[in-house]
Design a protein around this ligand. Structure first.
Ligand code: ATP
Length: 494
């Protein structure tokens, strides 16, 4: 079997990994690692997605990689709401996609940091998404995996949609395709008959039942995203994919109290089982009927203006300055550099930094210091938390996204520290329960720096990384819960 060999458009000189200095790993997909990188000559920053050829072939993902490249080629740089593919190149082991660097990360992260968006932010980002979908669908492309993890924010907090690995390029009657697109379509049709694509919580009923998708499938996903921005959690949740799918095909979801009525009306008009009856789906000029919805009162569609501030958060957005790159680092991405970049934060030595110390909560109260009344109140409120289904009725004391490393590679998990005591973790991308760190009196935490911490159990050392830099908060919280259930001798004497 030969490695994928996408036909590259002619470039003046083909770039190579040595044209870039590779910085930190900014993301990890199932089949890729994404690095922040700097062009040696222009000093411009990019996100470079590196795909291991062997891995792609083994996992039969060649078609998806080719499709992503083809879609990005069609989209070009004429719409600012999509990631731009600047160049592609390959070496013996890997394929490289040089992409716009979305400095402010995933929409999902920002929804989680703020718990939910206020109306102004929801309105603005929904409007950007509508403009993006108008453009995408005018090019006969259906994304098919639109979700808050695939919507990134650029340096000015405008959206950048990414991940076209599941996209479908619809063929129009008068469209002439090159050979590559034909191949993709053929493969696509085979695949479509086999299984649904997308992510459980955002997948449309028609993709589940008939494995058919159209532009209206993205409108369904838009409804799910508006719902999540408005209240902080997804409309369809369940312990596993089967339950989620059941809810989707029965349109079984509810609006929590206080859900904005304008957003609710829009969601109800997008989450419609019959694809053609979704708002916008039958528009002669897409998506005039969505633009005219009451949700967008006051919006100037010709110029949305700057985004509203996502400012009511105590979290700092870490800016990417020139210190992202080590001045001594050689260009390129050989084995040594990869290992160095991945292990950089994990090497022994550095004590917690001053910055880390500052991040320790100032509040003196322990998270376990709760009255019965407070516990009951919080348990009631917790019912609206989509992760409530995983905690067996225990009160969630702290939750947050943590990168859990096994081997060299991290997996992002929602960690749930509860009374019980328990420390559960769930895959947030498909809401699958993954496991829990076992508690015992021998459990011990260790902070490496403001991001990295370890939980030692008798049988295993868990390598954890809080991308927001609150590792010390986590260790402190876990220690307090441990102290609550396994008081130290000193505490017993006191
Ligand atoms: P999966 O294959 O598991 O669905 P994915 O397709 O989202 O994952 P990638 O596209 O490789 O995987 O991206 C992995 C992560 O890297 C993203 O979730 C995002 O956080 C980050 N990322 C991807 N592209 C960019 C970019 N252009 N700028 C900044 N971060 C990015």
């Amino acid at each position: 079997m030969t490695p994928p060999n996408p036909q590259e458009p002619a470039e003046v000189r083909k770039k190579t990994p040595s044209d870039f200095i590779f910085g930190k790993v900014i993301g990890e997909g199932s089949y890729s690692t994404v690095y922040l990188a700097q062009d040696v000559q222009t000093k411009k920053e990019f996100a470079i997605k590196v795909l291991k050829k062997k891995h792609i072939i083994r996992e039969k993902k060649t078609e998806s990689v080719m499709r992503e490249k083809e879609v990005l080629r069609i989209l070009g740089n004429s719409c600012p709401y999509f990631v731009n593919l600047y160049s592609t190149f390959q070496d013996y082991d890997s394929l490289y996609f040089v992409l716009t660097y979305a400095k402010n990360g995933e929409l999902l992260k920002h929804i989680n940091l703020h718990n939910k968006f206020n109306f102004e932010c929801t309105q603005y980002y929904t409007a950007e998404l509508v403009l993006a979908l108008e453009y995408l669908h005018s090019k006969h492309i259906v994304h098919r995996d639109l979700k808050p993890e695939n919507i990134l924010f650029d340096h000015n907090f405008h959206i950048i949609i990414t991940d076209f690995g599941s996209a479908n390029i619809e063929k129009t009657d008068n469209q002439t395709n090159n050979g590559e697109t034909d191949l993709i379509t053929a493969l696509e049709n085979t695949r479509r008959r086999r299984s649904f694509v997308g992510t459980a919580q955002f997948v449309s009923p028609e993709m589940l039942q008939e494995s058919e998708s159209s532009a209206a499938s993205d409108l369904w996903a838009l409804g799910c995203i508006v719902y999540q921005m408005t209240c902080g959690h997804m409309p369809f949740v369940g312990g596993n994919e089967y339950f989620i799918f059941q809810k989707i095909i029965k349109l079984e979801y509810e609006f929590p109290d206080g859900f904005d009525k304008r957003a609710q009306d829009l969601v109800e008009n997008l989450l419609v089982l019959e694809p053609n009856r979704r708002l916008g789906a039958s528009d002669v000029v897409p998506y005039t009927s969505i633009r005219e919805h009451q949700m967008f009162e006051g919006i100037n569609w010709n110029d949305l203006g700057p985004p509203p501030l996502l400012s009511d958060s105590p979290y700092l957005i870490k800016s990417s300055g020139s210190n992202n790159f080590n001045s001594n680092q050689e260009p390129g991405l050989d084995r040594d550099i990869v290992t160095k970049l991945i292990l950089k934060d994990m090497l022994p030595g550095a004590a917690p930094t001053k910055q880390a110390e500052r991040k320790i909560s100032r509040a003196g109260r322990k998270i376990t210091d709760l009255t019965q009344e407070e516990i009951e109140k919080r348990l009631l409120a917790q019912q609206a938390n989509p992760y409530n289904v995983f905690v067996e009725g225990n009160l969630i004391l702290k939750q947050g996204l943590i990168d859990k490393r096994k081997g060299l590679f991290p997996r992002r998990r929602m960690f749930l520290l509860t009374f019980g005591p328990h420390l559960y973790y769930v895959d947030p991308s498909n809401m699958n329960f993954k496991g829990e760190i076992p508690w015992s009196s021998d459990m011990r935490t260790e902070t490496k720096n403001f991001k990295i911490f370890f939980v030692h159990t008798p049988n295993r050392k868990y390598y954890l990384e809080d991308p927001e830099g609150y590792a010390l908060e986590w260790c402190k919280a876990i220690d307090q819960v441990k102290e609550h259930y396994f008081p130290s001798e000193q505490a017993l004497k006191d």
